[in-house]
Design a protein around this ligand. Structure first.
Ligand code: SF4
Ligand code: SF4
Length: 193
């Protein structure tokens, strides 16, 4: 009788490689910019000392549909354009290449007593108004420092915190318009010892 064989030790299970760290999700800059506006800009608007809607510093860029609605224009566009060219139209409006640029007088939708926009949340409100003063553009965040509610250091810290350690923040001012500051989140490289 042969001695019972020891069961062969099972081959050690092959070790699974540790799971690769999930790549950090790219921060949603559109959402981050909108959230910054909601928490840090919009609450300040009603007590702003230099409201952008007065259009003394900013220029409003409109399409015809918006001009027609905001200025309550009844006449046809050609007639309105003719009136503008003759210097008889609203002096604050200039037409160029099919668009209308408004400057030097408050926007007609601006309620100066309340410090609010009468077309807030409506389709007629220009996209530029919703974007101002912090918005996403081609994968970067633009901050317009003409708005007194924008605190660049706080905004930078907010973006850094939201993006996490996988990203570093780069900042540059527009050489021609230094009040426009671009904040770009770049993937952080490996840390050096
Ligand atoms: S400048 Fe800034 S704080 Fe002032 S009304 Fe405009 S968005 Fe609001
Ligand atoms: S449409 Fe509203 S937000 Fe835009 S300039 Fe006029 S009042 Fe201001």
């Amino acid at each position: 009788m042969s001695a019972p064989r020891r069961p062969k030790p099972a081959a050690p299970a092959a070790k699974k490689p540790p799971p690769a760290a999930a790549p950090a999700a790219r921060p949603d800059l559109v959402k981050l910019a909108a959230a910054y506006q909601a928490t840090s800009v919009i609450p300040h608007c009603t007590r702003c000392t230099r409201p952008c809607c007065k259009l003394d510093a900013l220029v409003l860029d409109l399409e015809w549909r918006q001009v027609k609605t905001l200025w309550r224009i009844e006449e046809a566009r050609q007639d309105f354009d003719r009136r503008l060219r003759a210097g008889q139209g609203p002096s604050e409006i200039r037409e160029a290449h099919g668009r209308y640029y408004v400057h030097t007088k408050p926007c007609p939708a601006y309620d100066q007593d309340a410090g609010t926009c009468r077309v807030y949340g409506q389709d007629v409100k220009p996209a530029g108004c919703s974007d101002f003063p912090v918005y996403e553009d081609e994968g970067e965040v633009i901050a317009d420092l003409r708005c007194e509610a924008v605190a660049l250091d706080a905004l930078s810290e907010y973006l850094r915190h939201a993006a996490g350690p996988a990203y570093r923040l780069q900042q540059r001012a527009d050489p021609d318009f230094p009040f426009l500051v671009t904040l770009a989140l770049k993937k952080a490289g490996p840390r050096r010892c």
